[in-house]
Design a protein around this ligand. Sequence first.
Ligand code: ADP
Ligand code: LRH
Length: 495
Amino acid sequence: GNTAAVLAFDLGAGSGRALIGELREDGTGGRRLEVTEIHRFPNQAVTAGSHLHWDFLRLLHEVKTGIRRAFQAGYAPETLGIDTWGVDFGLLDVNGELLGNPYHYRDSQTDGLVEEVGELVGPEELYAQSGVQFMPFNTVYQLYAMRKAASPKLDAAETLLLTPDLLAYYLTGRKVCEFTMATTTGLYNPLEESWNKELMGRLGIPAGMFLDPVKPGELVGPLTEEVREELGVPSTVTVVAVGTHDTESAIAAVPAVSGEPFAYLVCGTWSLLGTELAQPNVTPEARALDFSNEGGVGNTYQLLKNIMGLWILQECKRQWEERGESADYPQLVAEAESAAPFRSLIKPDDARFYAPADMLAELNAYMRETGQPELQTRGQMVRCILESLALRYREALEQTEQLTDRRFGGLHMVGGGIQNELLCRFTAGALGRPVWGGPVEASSIGNMLVQLMAGGHCASLREARQLVADSFVIRTYEPEETESWERTFESYSRL
Ligand code: ADP
Ligand code: LRH
């Protein structure tokens, strides 16, 4: 059919949202996707004892609230889909009950485990069998941490469900493992297209709790009767396993329609920069540059670099607000814009910025250690973060080109971070190439696109991306000040 309504839930590390997507005929033979936000909620991590957790039940509650509101507002979505951040999971016991509260990926239980597992298994082997960048939060390290702590939950677990699948389970009663999330674990072998049971055996991770992955677009099922009664909604809505990893949903919504290879940056809490491939690239070159191969929508693999991203700025903002200062994003960006350019730089991926207790102090410790002037004002700090990210994007784009023998004419930027137009401008300058910004709600939109494909409303990923290009304003940023950026890139590279 040519018209349809779908409901997307997109849960990021900082906030979650529910959006309705309506496919409409535009009166001239074309179609448009119209998007309306119906619910938005914070996602706040909670420290309990010595661990950092997600507030999973609260998130389930907010998802249910979103479903209720959609129907109350008069929409009748055919399907709904849920995408979330990567790597995290819950464990279910034999009765299908959740064993404890899911851990937050920034929990310190995985400190030092990249090195430890590397020594046990060999980094070459680990990379060749997973194609995943060595990040402390990868599911493999979280499960190994639980084994080392002799967690009884591991032995009691019958099924492991990654976060979006866990939410879908409590809505439908059906347990599935969606492919794009499976590839973030470090335990899935993309070349063999199967779970790496041998690795699980070596690390003491129970192999029996993993379900065979299903591809994006598979139907999970209708809402359970309990959920329908609780929310007062009809039985017509079906849950679809979309590209349940938010990054993959966002990439599905990149409005690249030329048919040529393209580069993208999914810009949110994290910055994911890369390009789309038909097959994973697990060569020693890709390992040396520490790139990930993440399973994507539409039989793709995404060769991408996970960059620390706007997390650094989020943490500064949180600290300023905790001190009682007003610090909304437009204000911080304006202060950065009035600060002097190219004063101080950081390497954003330095492990010290991953989970410091005091980000502001960490930034200045970095300045002292690298012989740069300390950051005295908020504007200087924000400017330093944004300029450094832009330079890091250039480095990662060049590495992507090196690994793929491709040359990109510009960079597509999507996600919440592109509301920061200064960052888009800086990125165009640092690259010396245009940046195409949009859409902001890329994960939700990509989530909708897979639902539309599952419902027979869109024939292919290519057609779906054309729909994005036809429906949303994409803003072009031409490079400015390229000579200064070029010089600064040299200083950055010497850091
Ligand atoms: P997540 O990865 O949590 O899903 P989002 O895609 O929602 O993240 O993007 C969140 C980021 O977007 C924030 O860290 C912030 O830097 C940026 N951002 C959000 N709103 C604004 C705004 N009004 N102006 C500038 N930047 C913004
Ligand atoms: C971005 C993201 C990213 C990583 C991280 C844990 O939201 O999904 O791709 O996996 O979160």
